[in-house]
Design a binder for this molecule. Structure first.
Ligand SMILES: Nc1nc2c(ncn2[C@@H]2O[C@H](COP(=O)(O)OP(=O)(O)OP(=O)(O)O)[C@@H](O)[C@H]2O)c(=O)[nH]1
Ligand SMILES: [Mg+2]
Length: 306
């Protein structure tokens, strides 16, 4: 008997949710490469980050987004704008909560914003490795009660638990469509962006209090030497001289640690030898300044003061 070939499915799916629920961890797991910065601190992701999942029957184009939160800081409002702006051009929304923390009041606001989007919405309950069954069942019932979600999928992004089922479900909800990205292409992010995020992630993980939040990272130059080594210079901007001192550390120890960790990861990511120089500069109040936000790639034209 002749079987009709199943149609190729493809589309864009945005991962949305509060900070720190595990959105970037899921993106990295599904594309099987580390493209988005991850950390234990909230507000790690600042831009939309695209990752392509290539499957036999289709292509899922994931958009990782900054965590949605309330803030008076302009940078943070730009971040939230980046997240909400994805709603108008995706085929599917993956709304993620952290099983341990459950639904918080802010989630209700996000769920309402989502209910206005005219695309299917999946609820992902992440970090199920951290909770007992009864709590999970309670969350599933609570999610169901909201009446906004077409499916509810419990997963552990960290332990790669439930991800096959999630992929299948996402694919089943996507329309028939073309292969948007060629096989082997995992992201459309430029190399400079990926490098700057690797450096920023190391700073996020190695520093504390307000320091990780005061930092922007710009790749000034990537040149290939005759022997094929990538010679990279990066500027790390902070808001205050005191933060600059912390990033540099005693006799340069902190900057050295950041540099070594970042270099190793860049070498692994791009399969090349790397010579990395880091410079630290102060740019007062850059997080409030339109020109700096533009220079660092955080400005959104669609943003309006509300
Ligand atoms: N136990 C456990 N931890 C997880 C899981 N998924 C992510 N995490 C941890 O949660 C923290 C936040 O992960 P991220 O992926 O950076 O979270 P995010 O939602 O992208 O955060 P923002 O970019 O700040 O919005 C990290 O320490 C992850 O290791 C999980 O399934 N189980
Ligand atoms: Mg993130």
């Amino acid at each position: 008997m002749k079987t009709t070939p199943t149609q190729f499915k493809s589309g864009y799916a945005a991962i949305l949710g509060r900070p720190n629920v595990g959105k970037s961890t899921l993106l990295n797991r599904l594309v099987m490469q580390k493209i988005a910065a991850m950390s234990r601190k909230p507000q790690t992701t600042r831009n939309k980050i695209l990752g392509v999942v290539h499957l036999p029957g289709g292509q899922i184009i994931l958009i990782d987004t900054p965590g949605i939160h309330d803030s008076s800081i302009r940078l943070n409002r730009m971040m939230v704008e980046a997240s909400l702006s994805t709603l108008k051009d995706v085929d599917l929304v993956l709304f993620m909560i952290d099983a341990e923390r459950g639904f918080l009041p802010e989630d209700q606001d996000i769920a309402e914003a989502l209910s206005r989007a005219e695309v299917p919405r999946l609820l992902i309950i992440n970090k199920i490795d951290r909770v007992a069954k009864p709590k999970l069942l309670g969350l599933i019932a609570e999610g169901d009660g909201k009446g906004v979600f077409s499916d509810i999928v419990p997963i552990s992004a960290l332990k790669s638990d439930g991800l096959d089922r999630l992929q299948e479900l996402v694919l089943s909800r996507l329309p028939e469509g073309p292969m948007y990205f060629p096989e082997g292409m995992v992201t459309d992010c430029p190399e400079e962006f990926l490098i700057s995020e690797i450096v920023r992630e190391k700073i996020m993980n190695l520093t504390h209090m307000e320091v990780p939040y005061s930092v922007a990272v710009v790749v000034d130059r990537v040149e290939e030497s005759e022997k094929g080594t990538w010679v990279i210079s990066v500027t790390v901007y902070t808001e205050k001289a005191s933060q600059k001192r912390i990033i540099i550390g005693e006799k340069g120890a902190m900057l050295k640690k950041v540099g070594t960790q970042a270099r190793k990861e860049i070498e692994k990511r791009f399969g090349t030898r790397v010579y990395l120089s880091l410079f630290v500069k102060v740019k007062t109040h850059w997080r409030e300044d339109e020109r700096s936000l533009k220079q660092f790639g955080y400005y959104h034209d669609s943003y309006q003061d509300r």
